[in-house]
Design a protein around this ligand. Sequence first.
Ligand SMILES: *[C@@H]1O[C@H](CO)[C@@H](O)[C@H](O)[C@H]1NC(C)=O
Length: 415
Amino acid sequence: MALLVALGTGVGVGLPLALRSGSSLQERLIAAQNILAQVPLIDGHNDMPWNIRKFAGGKLNTLRALETGLQHQDPWSKSAWSHTDLPRLREGRVGAQFWAAYVPCGAQYLDAVKQTLEQIDLIKRMVDRYSDYLRLAVDAKGIEESHQEGRIASLLGVEGGHSLGNSLGVLRTYYDLGIRYVTLTHTCNTPWADCSIAEADPHHPREGGLTHFGKLVIKEMNRLGVIVDLSHASSATMHHALDASRAPVIFSHSSTRALCNITRNVPDEVLKRLVKLFSLIFACFYESVVSCARRSWAYRFIPHINHIRRVAGIDHVGIGAGYDGINTTPQGLEDVSKYPYLFAELLQDPTWTEEDLRKLAGLNFLRVFRQVEKVREDLRRANALADETSITNEELKGQLQCIYQERSAVQSVVT
Ligand SMILES: *[C@@H]1O[C@H](CO)[C@@H](O)[C@H](O)[C@H]1NC(C)=O
């Protein structure tokens, strides 16, 4: 507690660069807290809403531990997947959080849209109930206002195009409910977009990236002001989305293939293209995409941040830890209370100026979000109409066939 009080008093006092070499961890933590008081720390991806559904049936009314500390409450305390609650978010100086309205790929063609609506409802009820801590944000201005008020801006993202039910009407309705990014795929193809798993497996059915309808999804997202999120997409999907989008895109939680060569990560050719649209990668902490291993090492993801910086530039990197959707975390960054330690660590590296760290924390994403809003306004002024196209039977057919094959294979095993 004494440490927290000490940290809280340093607001606005920058740590001169000269003090850095040989500075103690405590001095650097104070400097990190100062930076996160000046600009909101905006994290691109957190899966706690799914854990509330999984562990508590989506029932918030009896989940008081969200405010008193989930690390003392069964089954959260025993789960490797739980790293988030309200006091720890505050302790970690989180300024804005994208909450994932995620539902599993198994719900595709079944009740994915219903489950997604329930997750949106859950996030909104959480924000409502804990309004001392949280405030709903749907634009860049809302993030800055929340930060000034000392509340955590809560933004909504849908993780996985399967949640759209192949419908632009559903996409528009999500926007109206406050959704501000859609991850094009999770770990399954949709009938209009390939996921990273399809790229890894030569026998996996594939569309070759985005289909015609997939490109219309991108255009409609641009028109609405929904950010295109390419985490989990195949590289062909990444390239097609970069070709089709007028607005910046993001990777809400990804690492780099140069340092861990799996298809879940981003190749250098794509990193280089982020400059053009002023796009952004929120770097992920997950060990299996950071080090290609399941072992936890301290700060092994920092080389990924530095690689993105080298290839794409300092303006194109942020943090999307992926807490509550990962089951291993780097040593020293075990939960959401630990973000200042990451900044304290980077402060030891003289190539990171305080302005660079402000960009990493939040300035880069605020710029991305404002540009997405500007593209939306430009299209509105040009009277761009809502797209009323339906997905074609042709596009649906291949996918449905493969789903039916999978299901009948499962059935024949079961029976
Ligand atoms: C990653 O692996 C793929 C497939 O084996 C290969 O084509 C590619 O060159 C590798 N990329 C890097 C950065 O090592």
